[in-house]
Design a protein around this ligand. Structure first.
Ligand code: FEO
Length: 399
């Protein structure tokens, strides 16, 4: 891999193809990268570290770039352990290194790693002179942890953005969006942004989704910076597709869905599943984009992605214990916890002797501010077209 993003900026991150589930929840079909960068000047600054399993590779990457030179500063933009776990290893390798971060990170550094010394605390707008270049620091609280900040290198118009603008997907081979390729994808797409877009949506919706308001505040604050390159902690370095990436992130954080329907269902004996598939067929007949997710067999990660991607969410759940069948409840709860808004909503599901799931899903949806496109379809026992007129629902969804 060519690590030289520019003469000053070197990529020293790693690609993780071992981990199957990120954060104990989210599948990684294309792996994930933990990006870290060196800014090499009279002084050398390292921006974030990497995940705990990669110490040897990470330290070797640094040494390959700067040889026996020492690293003077470790800039801590974000304390989540996928980026901070090698802090102690770095201190052992470079005992004089000075940690540069904001006040909110200080107790986390102590709590996670027992480190309390040689920490320089910066405030909003502070700068750090490296020789011929200057780093400036900008707090971005709750994007998506309280200590999150970004670092800007004026001389290169480069934003080290932490998790912001990040995506799942390893970036072996080429790190910049001139040539980055989603590992495991069959063919390389013409456009790197298009190739990573779905994995970026999944990363955003799964991990950052709740914090749309603070992401919006950060985007507003950063709009005064001239950004020619974005070095995030996950996925490609963006330099060719910055307008698309920034505008896409803006839409995600405003909870703006595109036209289409995320159908997510859970079914015990196949009747709610038949209703879901009937809706899918009616949407297909009308040319309305949709995805269909079985919440009993599939990791919920993908349904979250599509609930953020599309402007309409349809959830199917049988009644269970006079309540919503748990896999569907879990999904609906997750949408509410992510503060998803601006969505049209439709609930459906079967029951045997008393229906409750559709009413309860509608109540959750209304509390969330979703627009109900109908009263929902709660049907007794087996599925039939007569009980579930999904053609009518698809017509409403087409408007
Ligand atoms: Fe990639 Fe919030 O850590």
């Amino acid at each position: 891999m060519n690590r030289k993003i520019s003469e000053r900026i070197r990529y020293v991150g790693v690609n993780d193809h071992h981990k199957v589930i990120f954060e104990g929840m989210w599948p990684l079909p294309f792996g994930v990268s933990y990006n870290s960068y060196l800014v090499v000047d009279d002084k050398v600054a390292l921006i974030d570290t990497a995940e705990a399993d990669f110490s040897r590779e990470f330290l070797s990457n640094i040494r390959e770039e700067i040889g026996d030179r020492k690293v003077d500063y470790l800039i801590v933009n974000h304390m989540e352990p996928d980026h901070s776990s090698l802090m102690k290893d770095i201190r052992e390798q470079y005992p004089e290194i000075r940690i540069v971060t904001n006040a909110k990170a200080v107790p986390m550094i102590k709590g996670y790693y027992g480190i309390t010394d040689n920490i320089h605390v910066i405030k909003e707008g502070d700068t750090l002179d490296l020789g011929s270049s200057v780093l400036s620091f900008h707090l971005a609280p709750m994007v998506h942890w309280p200590e999150t900040m970004v670092t800007y290198l004026t001389e290169e118009k480069t934003l080290f953005s932490g998790d912001a603008f990040g995506t799942f997907g390893a970036v072996d081979g080429e790190i910049t969006d001139d040539g980055a390729h989603l590992c495991g994808w069959l063919d390389k797409a013409e456009n790197c942004f298009e190739e990573f877009k779905d994995e970026m949506t999944r990363y955003y919706s799964n991990i950052v989704g709740k914090y749309g308001q603070t992401v919006q505040a950060a985007l507003k604050k950063l709009s005064s910076l001239e950004i020619g390159r974005i070095c995030s902690t996950h996925g490609p370095v963006w330099q060719k597709h910055i307008p698309e990436v920034v505008s896409f992130y803006d839409r995600l954080s405003r909870y703006e869905g595109g036209r289409g329907v995320c159908i997510a269902y859970a079914s015990m004996y196949g009747n709610t599943a038949k209703a879901a598939k009937s809706l899918a067929a009616e949407l297909a007949a009308r040319g309305i984009p949709y995805t269909l997710h079985n919440l009993c067999t599939e990791n919920v990660s993908y349904a979250y992605r599509d609930a953020f991607k599309y402007d309409t969410v349809a959830i199917g759940a049988p009644t269970y214990n006079n309540d919503i069948f748990p896999p569907a409840y879990n999904f609906m709860y997750g949408l509410c916890a992510r503060l998803l808004k601006n969505r049209r909503f439709f609930a459906f599901g079967s029951y045997t002797w008393a229906g409750a799931s559709v009413r309860l899903l509608n109540e959750m949806a209304q509390k969330q501010g979703f627009e109900l496109i109908s009263e929902g379809i709660s049907f007794p026992q087996g599925f039939t077209q007569e009980k579930c007129d999904m053609g009518r629902i698809a017509e409403l969804m087409s408007r």
